[in-house]
Design a protein around this ligand. Structure first.
Ligand code: ATP
Length: 180
């Protein structure tokens, strides 16, 4: 499974629609301090279902929307779309190209789309369970996480191994069944 592209609009410092092609085996994002490199990672985290606002380096959901500059008015909505190639069917869907979209409006409304069809956040979580891509997986490793994994903070090493072994989906289903 490969990332194909990322589209960001109105998210953090990205006022204009920005389309990033990720077709090469390795993509490096470079630029001066504060130009928005980490905001790109935040956008990826957010669209794959991150709900912990601190993990997105923000204090509240509204901070995710472009809040204006000297020359630009603030946006009313943040929108991020991430497209995957799914030719090996690692994502449990028949589509060979999968695009997930997440929108958040200033009035507090949220919207999720899977290949342009409205869906729930749960559908996005389920799509990525045990694929190594979900918001709490090892797909995105930040500096602090390396420390957590080495120290096994709050069982983080076990969680990572469970994701890699493909068993966290069963743990999630068991938890859901117990709640019913
Ligand atoms: P560094 O190299 O120092 O780590 P970076 O390139 O990773 O920097 P980011 O942390 O991605 O930079 O971006 C920081 C910038 O994003 C800041 O200039 C901040 O003002 C801007 N920013 C964050 N949230 C918003 C928002 N809601 N609206 C507009 N700009 C924002």
């Amino acid at each position: 499974m490969k990332l194909k592209s990322l589209e960001i609009k109105g998210f953090k410092s990205f006022a204009d629609k920005t389309h990033i092609i990720l077709d090469n085996p390795i993509t490096g994002i470079v630029g001066p301090n504060g130009c928005g490199k980490s905001n790109i990672v935040d956008a990826i985290r957010w669209v794959i279902g991150e709900h912990k606002i601190k993990a997105l380096r923000s204090d509240n959901l509204e901070d995710l929307i472009f809040n204006g500059s000297r020359t630009r008015t603030a946006s009313g909505m943040a929108e991020v779309s991430l497209t995957f190639e799914n030719t090996r069917n690692l994502l449990p869907t028949e589509f060979t190209t999968v695009t997930i979209t997440r929108k958040f409006y200033k009035n507090g409304e949220s919207e999720y789309r899977l290949n342009d069809v409205s869906c729930r956040l749960k559908d996005i979580h389920n799509l990525f369970l045990d694929t190594g891509v979900s918001n709490d997986s090892y797909a995105i490793i930040e500096l602090g996480m390396v420390d957590d994994i080495i120290k096994d903070k709050e069982g983080s090493r076990r969680r990572m191994l469970e994701q890699a072994a493909g068993i966290s989906i069963y743990k999630t289903r068991k938890k859901e069944a117990k709640q019913k």
